[in-house]
Design a protein around this ligand. Structure first.
Ligand SMILES: N[C@@H](CCC(=O)N[C@@H](CS)C(=O)NCC(=O)O)C(=O)O
Ligand SMILES: [Zn+2]
Ligand SMILES: [Zn+2]
Length: 191
């Protein structure tokens, strides 16, 4: 049996709703759940194969998107949140008890500062933007996937209509490079 990429991807992708304006995320604790309220849909939602993003049990990939940080508020059991790695660019706030990541925030100077990283699957509401692409695909090898399985993994993404990248999508890579260039005072050539 093929390994699960992610429950939201394995059986084909369900489109979100452009009029959807957010909802509540809950951790996996049976009681006293951490609750985060989002007043926005996610954008740039994607599968991430990196080792740092939270993945549901049995899945090779995380599904993670961004929302403006002003759209994020912790509305219950905030005291259970802890930052997984204080040195990381993305400060991932996880539930101490169940390990689920509720939101990841960037505090340092970075092209994505101002955006929080969230997993819409932690919400029971429908309408969240569907995954748009798969990033950090080759990173799953670092977590034990056999390199020989990679063709199958990429083919599966392709079969559900998702492009695969080994870092991020061209749009996001361009944003990162634009930020880097502007910081360095680079003047762009005229078109
Ligand atoms: N190959 C590495 C890649 C890690 C990585 O660079 N992750 C990306 C995608 S989430 C990132 O932006 N990391 C910044 C951070 O985690 O702070 C791994 O799997 O651990
Ligand atoms: Zn929890
Ligand atoms: Zn990641």
């Amino acid at each position: 049996m093929a390994p699960s990429l992610h429950p939201l991807i394995d059986n084909g992708i369900t489109a979100g709703s452009s009029s959807f304006a957010g909802g509540k995320l809950h951790c996996h604790c049976p009681s006293n759940k951490v609750e985060v309220t989002l007043s926005s849909n996610v954008a740039h939602n994607h599968a991430c194969g990196c080792s740092k993003c939270w993945k549901p049990k049995g899945a090779l990939f995380s599904v993670v998107g961004v929302v403006p940080r002003d759209a994020v508020s912790v509305t219950a059991n905030e005291s259970k949140l802890t930052i997984v790695d204080k040195e990381a660019t993305i400060l991932r706030n996880a539930c101490k008890d169940c390990g689920v990541h509720l939101f990841g925030r960037i505090e340092k100077d970075h092209p994505f500062k101002g955006l929080d990283f969230v997993h819409a699957e932690l919400s029971s509401e429908k309408g969240w933007q569907e995954p748009q692409f798969a990033g950090f695909v080759s990173s799953i090898i670092e977590q034990g996937t056999n390199p020989k399985a990679m063709d199958e993994v990429r083919a599966k993404f392709k079969s559900v209509g998702l492009q695969t990248y080994d870092v991020l999508s061209p749009a996001l890579m361009d944003l990162i490079s634009t930020f880097t260039a502007q910081k360095a005072g680079v003047r762009f050539a005229n078109l």
